[in-house]
Design a protein around this ligand. Structure first.
Ligand SMILES: Nc1nc2c(ncn2[C@@H]2O[C@H](COP(=O)(O)OP(=O)(O)O)[C@@H](O)[C@H]2O)c(=O)[nH]1
Ligand SMILES: [Mg+2]
Length: 243
């Protein structure tokens, strides 16, 4: 099965070339048949040299493609790149490669050999190993996921982790049934709606190394937006009779 790996980026000129290089080297080793995979850099609204560097990368490596998304938002970047994809499997990971790359191989196996519909990384499983995560982020993450469980009745353990893969054929139904957010919350919507649709989710405990210096997340405004988006998603699900 073919797989497209999207990396959403916004103003990442400093690390883009190195990080994509690391991922590319890893994939060549893991999946020597290069016709099976692609790295899609989804740049949404970078104002630095990110797009230029991504273009260079796409010339250096035939397996790297650039998708330019006119406006900001991780959700929009993911949806745009996945909707253009022709691969059997789509997914994404963060440019900082916080989730150890070895988990990619596991995720691929779960989707291809074991017939799961969607695989998501979790930092909140007892088998997960989380390195360097600031206490503030840890608490926010646990609190947020607890609210999700109580409010939306979902069972997954980590809605926000930047490492998720699914069969592309499920994307349209997931989007039609509520995964519409253009921002970070899209990552959580994916899992929520996948559960509503009774898809088979695989929870993958991961080794996660946080790089706080690179994080763009501002926790308070983001939390406020999440709560608002959560309410909208619940209303949508209720109106559709999904929960
Ligand atoms: N498309 C898009 N990507 C973003 C945006 N902000 C951050 N990213 C990317 O999302 C990924 C994760 O961001 P990061 O700041 O490391 O998040 P954290 O690890 O949760 O603190 C990186 O690949 C970023 O380049 C944005 O507004 N739009
Ligand atoms: Mg990060």
């Amino acid at each position: 099965m073919t797989i497209d790996i999207t990396i959403p980026v916004l103003n990442e000129e400093e690390t883009l070339v190195e990080q994509v290089g690391i991922l590319h080297t890893f994939l060549i080793q893991e999946m020597p048949d290069r016709s099976k995979w692609k790295i899609i850099i989804a740049d949404n609204g970078s104002t630095d040299q990110t797009a230029e560097r991504a273009t260079q990368l796409s010339h250096t490596y035939p397996e790297v493609k650039l998708v330019v998304v006119p406006s900001k938002g991780v959700g929009l970047a993911l949806k745009t790149s996945w909707m253009q994809s022709e691969a059997d499997l789509v997914g994404y990971m963060d440019l900082d490669l916080a989730t150890a790359l070895t988990h990619f191989t596991e995720a691929y196996q779960k989707l291809t050999v074991e017939q799961y519909d969607l695989v998501y990384a979790t930092r909140l499983h007892s088998d997960s190993i989380v390195i360097n995560r600031p206490l503030k982020r840890e608490i926010a993450s646990r609190g947020f996921n607890r609210i999700l469980k109580a409010y939306l009745g979902v069972g997954f353990s980590d809605g926000m982790c930047g490492f998720k893969f699914l069969h592309r054929k499920h994307l349209a139904p997931i989007m039609e049934n509520g995964a519409q957010n253009d921002g970070w919350f899209f990552s959580t919507e994916l899992l929520t709606v996948a559960e509503w649709l009774d898809l088979k989710l695989y929870e993958l405990p991961v080794v996660w190394t946080d790089d706080t210096s690179s994080s763009r997340v501002k926790i308070v405004p983001l939390a406020k937006r999440y709560l608002k988006s959560m309410r909208a998603l619940k209303q949508f699900g209720k109106a559709k009779g999904l929960l």
